[in-house]
Design a protein around this ligand. Structure first.
Ligand code: ADP
Ligand code: MG
Length: 691
């Protein structure tokens, strides 16, 4: 039998050598390894097991159960070759016995294995137990002579491999390069290793491949997950250059405090906490870079107003950028009302203004007369110049790219940045996606807000839902019906907004029904939304264009067709469009498939009103790969880290990455050279940046 010790005498091997210097690696295997991203000995050493099998204890044959994977130690009682047309494909059948019982071990194509087994000798076998005619069998177990230095028993690493490379081969190869693990240089700066009490790199690598106990594996994994997340975060921070210009504008916050003390209501605890965090940032001569997360209706706007007022009172301009004209107008109305007692007249800037309106707005922005500015993307244009911009806020951040945020803040120097979002990204994920941002969360809702009765409904219940809709409209309420598609499609079995519009127009012909979707002109969409807001429209059929929309307190019912086709975050946001008034509100999730996953997802929505909880549940259900996969956000794929499971490591890695970047923003000190190489290797060509 092929024994590791007989072929591990590769003493001249170097860590950067190609894996083809290893015995047993021909062209074909090298190609497979290449597909797995393994080119060099170092790559191989850093290819870690995805899990482990505990094969330390031997199970007596008398205690076997079908279906379980077991390690047994037994003597060969007899062996025979079964019949096959081709001699070399004949099965080998062994009868083995420990003191407790007998078992059959079968190898198909066992011809060549025959000579490895001697009657009377003891072997260990590892495999799945199956039952055949009331007798237990193990088919194709791993095996070794008992007492030999085998790799069948113990804590056995399991690698994720491709066809053509077996677990056993992989283990042998690791055995072969084991002696040169220590040739992989430590690359994390020493103080960071010390502070985080990280295991040494070669300890971690050896224990991942050759674990002696569970504790060492945990220590090792922590170290290596840290490596990966530290590289990721350092890379993000380096690239975003967030620490290139640390000095920022300091803003006096007393005006914001005054504004808040005069509000007719008390801030919720989440608002208080977030406001305090924002105040701390604003006061400092350091750029604020903060993400403010809070469900729709949690009261983020008040916080934005307080911050912008503070900037104005400190002599600085501030701007809040909204993703749609509608939202901008809504903010403009709110701000105009709320800030009048502070003698601030907000200025609005958007594309749909007349040329002369635009000219006036542009002028007051460049002269510095405009202190508080509400804008759409129009503000990003080159010709919009600020006199002394001190604070930039983007509302509904997920509608903007990082570049737009930077472009806006680039219109001043040391500008404080606040990004607001109602998309409930779990803190862990946000920390990764917005690696350069501090995070505030408003998890509380203003007290008097009512819950929204949410129901999952089947096809058979649609009639009842529509009757209910009619009743509500009769009572003077307004209704949204949302569909996943604009038009019917041959390939997708789902309701379209067009078809539903036709259907409901027939059905509710006494009422005003309108349709709005993404491929309509924005003027027209705006007009429809305005009419809905003012109560002229009773029922609005739409696609998700209303996702980030207008506040219509009289709207009491949200019907979502083919709810199974929407993401949970999206469903939650859609639901948030109703329940903004004092009446009871309802959300019907029309779910037309009956799968376990669909049911589980609908249950999450019906049983929770917190966007944060929903996002976390969704994450658990689908795994981070699907919704919040780093890949989808243009980030590199993570090899051993799991953003959900390794939160604590992530926090530590972020702190350390920040420390390193703070003392060496360009990663050019000797201690950072290898870190930079790691970053480069991780990000590769995924992100075109000059490293
Ligand atoms: P968001 O922008 O987070 O979706 P808004 O700021 O628009 O939410 O707030 C929604 C509504 O709740 C507004 O009418 C606002 O005046 C009100 N509001 C905000 N904070 C409170 C509070 N602490 N108590 C009562 N009402 C509040
Ligand atoms: Mg808002």
């Amino acid at each position: 039998m092929f024994r590791p010790e007989t072929w591990s005498s590769n003493s001249s091997m170097e860590i950067n050598d190609s894996i083809s210097v290893l015995k047993g690696i021909g062209r074909k295997k090298a190609d497979i390894f290449h597909e797995m991203g393994i080119e060099t000995i170092e790559d191989l050493a850093l290819y870690f097991p995805k899990s482990y099998e505990d094969r330390r204890s031997v199970t007596p044959i008398s205690e076997l159960r079908a279906g379980s994977k077991v390690l047994i130690q037994a003597r060969i009682v007899n062996k025979r070759m079964g019949a096959n047309r081709f001699k070399k494909k004949s099965p080998l059948m062994l009868n083995v016995s420990d003191d407790s019982g007998m078992l059959e071990v079968v190898f198909f194509n066992g011809y060549f294995l025959n000579k490895l087994f001697d009657i009377g000798k003891e072997y260990v076998f590892y495999g799945s137990v199956s039952e055949n005619l009331n007798r237990f069998q193990i088919i194709h177990p791993e095996f070794a002579l008992a007492g030999s230095s085998d790799d069948v028993r113990g804590i056995i690493p399991i690698y994720s491999l491709r066809q053509g490379i077996s677990q056993k081969e992989m283990r042998r190869m690791q055995m072969d390069i084991k002696d040169i693990y220590s040739g992989i240089k430590e690359w994390i700066p020493e103080d960071i290793i010390r502070k985080n009490r990280l295991a040494s790199l070669d300890f971690a690598i050896s224990n991942m491949h050759f674990p002696s106990n569970a504790k060492k594996v945990l220590q090792s994994r922590y170290r290596l997950v840290f490596d990966e997340l530290f590289t990721l975060e350092t890379g993000l921070m380096y690239m975003k250059g967030a620490y290139g210009e640390v000095r920022g504008i300091s803003i006096d916050i007393s005006e914001g405090d005054k504004f808040i003390s005069r509000l007719p209501f008390e801030l919720t605890s989440g608002q208080v906490e977030s406001w305090n965090e924002i105040k701390d940032d604003l006061k400092k001569h350091k750029k604020m870079n903060r993400l403010l997360q809070g469900d729709v209706g949690s009261g983020k706007t008040i916080i934005a107003e307080a911050a912008m007022l503070s900037a104005a009172a400190s002599g600085y301009q501030s701007v809040i950028m909204a993703p749609t004209e509608l939202l901008a107008r809504q903010h403009f109305d709110t701000f105009t009302r709320d800030l009048s007692s502070h003698e601030i007249v907000p200025v609005i800037l958007k594309s749909s203004m007349t040329a002369s309106e635009k000219r006036m707005a542009t002028k007051s922005i460049s002269s510095g007369d405009a202190k508080v500015i509400i804008a759409t993307h129009a503000v990003l244009e080159e010709n919009i110049v600020f006199k002394n911009l001190g604070l930039v806020i983007t509302d509904e951040q997920h509608r903007f790219g990082v570049n737009q945020r930077r472009k806006l803040s680039g219109k001043g120097e040391g500008v404080n940045i606040l990004v607001m979002t109602a998309t409930p990204i779990p803190r862990t994920i946000a920390a990764i996606l917005y690696g350069d941002l501090d995070i505030s969360q408003i998890r509380t809702m203003p007290k008097e807000r009512k819950g929204i009765h949410t129901y999952k409904c089947s096809r058979g219940e649609r009639e009842r839902v529509l009757n209910f809709v009619k009743k509500e409209i009769k009572a003077g309420r307004q209704v949204y019906v949302v569909a996943p598609l604009i038009e019917d499609s041959d390939s997708i079995d789902a309701k379209s907004a067009n078809a539903i519009f036709d259907e409901l127009q027939d059905r509710f012909h006494d009422y005003r029904i309108e349709l709005v979707h993404g491929s309509m002109k924005s003027d027209y969409k705006d007009k429809i939304m305005q009419d809905f807001a003012s109560g002229e429209i009773d029922l609005l059929v739409s696609t998700t264009v209303i996702e980030v929309g207008i506040n219509v307190p009289n709207a009491s019912v949200m019907v979502i067709e083919n709810a199974e086709r929407f993401g949970l975050a999206q469903l939650h946001q859609l639901r948030g469009r109703v329940g903004r008034g004092s009446d009871d509100a309802y959300c019907f999730l029309m779910c037309y498939i009956d799968s376990e996953l669909a049911n589980a997802r609908m249950n999450i929505i019906t049983s929770s009103m917190s966007g944060f909880d929903i996002a976390e549940e969704d994450l658990k259900l689908r795994g981070p790969g699907e919704i919040f996969g780093t890949r989808q956000h243009g980030l590199p794929q993570l090899k051993i880290s799991d953003l959900l499971r390794h939160r604590d490591v992530l926090d530590a890695a972020i702190l350390s990455a920040r420390e390193l970047i703070e003392r060496d923003a360009k990663l050019e000190n000797p201690e950072s050279i290898m870190v930079k190489q790691k970053v480069k290797k991780m990000f590769g060509s995924d992100i075109s940046i000059d490293l």
